[in-house]
Design a protein around this ligand. Sequence first.
Ligand code: BG6
Length: 469
Amino acid sequence: QSTAPHVVVLFGAAGDLAKRKLLPGMANLVLSSLAPDIEIVGTSLEDLDDDTYREQAKAALDEFDRRRLTDDEWRHFAEKLHYVPSKAGPKALAQAVAAAAGRLGPSARRIHYLSVPPKAALAAVETIRDAGLVEGSRIIMEKPFGTDLASAIELNRRLHETFDEGQIFRIDHFLGKEPAQNILAIRFGNGLFEPIWNRNFIQQIQIDVPETLGLEQRASFYEATGAYRDMVVTHLFQILAFVAMEAPTALEPKAISEEKNKVFNSMKPIDPASVVRGQYVGYKDIPGVSPESDTETFVALKCEIDNWRWAGVPFYLRTGKKLAEGQRIVSIAFKEPPQSMFPAGSGIGAKGPDHLTFDLADASKMSLSFYGKKPGPGMRLDKMSMQFAMQDTANAGDVLEAYERLILDAMRGDHTLFTSAAGIERLWEVSQPLLDDAPPVRPYAVGSWGPNAIHQLIAPYAWRLPFER
Ligand code: BG6
């Protein structure tokens, strides 16, 4: 079912996210039957016009689109792209939006996408207001939402001066990933997992998102942001909520948000002593990065949820740039049996607990590892596993990329997979001890798994990654 015609006003239209995800995503929405009628009005500090913006967009799609557009498809999409440099002012933006709406007809709706760093968000909101483009429109806000508790509260307050909460969509694209939603389906769609989803059966949980990517073209954003604000307080904590929350009374925005916020409210404030910050060797040489930079490009930490379900179960989170592998996993380690009837040397215990592992990568997988009998004489155990791969399912072709899914949901007014102001503020509150008293960054080698201190952090357990070959 296709979506109503929309003018998408894209702030930060020449930025890295627009090129890497938003333009390819919108091209796919246009070319599929999901949102065929959209017109995009891009704006940013760069001095471009429609033609030069289209050239930039073409280069971006050639590099980042997961499916290659044919020439005809590109021409069809290119016609929908327009550009107004921010220096042209709100009036010029209003005119371009009105022209785009005119091409779509009277039923056209409007959505603003703020793909800008936190410090530029309010200026963009002002532009929208000065251009008279508030009424009847929706607004998608990119993360990180503020840089600490005070700035998030202020941002929410200022935002509410212009937009109603119902108009605001705070995006966290990890929640738009198909496998992230599958965590909810697996947990609450089955009787099998829920009874063991608690402190009685689970030993520890890891949410591990190492990246091989560096900063790409984002040095100034990243230098002011760092790995914790870029990834942990946003994506990793949102995924943690899906893993840890109680069953919502319904799969509806309010019910889900309430349960997620209960998790956030039960989180213990982050203890700086349980955090390892790292910076890869060579980071300081990047143009735009200070030679004295203290920005972390890596962070690993332990956090705890102080409620009946999770008391005593550590959650270990890790993410960083320029690491050995790109992975996005949630790994649930189960407690070992209380007694072993298998003699020493039979294989059990040697390789640790059973795991349920969610792979949040685009080619999503889920696997359950356990001990079984090694074929042959006698009783020896071996690690075995059962796997589910989304790409093997009949509807694998219907998978939407995270941004496609979320832009579509926002156009349809569905808040289910978006984050709430209260939840975000609580996450900054939990983070404040770390922000106030961050441990020094430790150097780590490009291509490693982070500073050595990560092993002490997780002891007596071990990081699940790298997977054994
Ligand atoms: C973004 C971060 O939100 O998520 C990036 O700003 C990071 O630094 C990216 O690389 C990871 O997203 P994905 O979907 O590629 O795992």
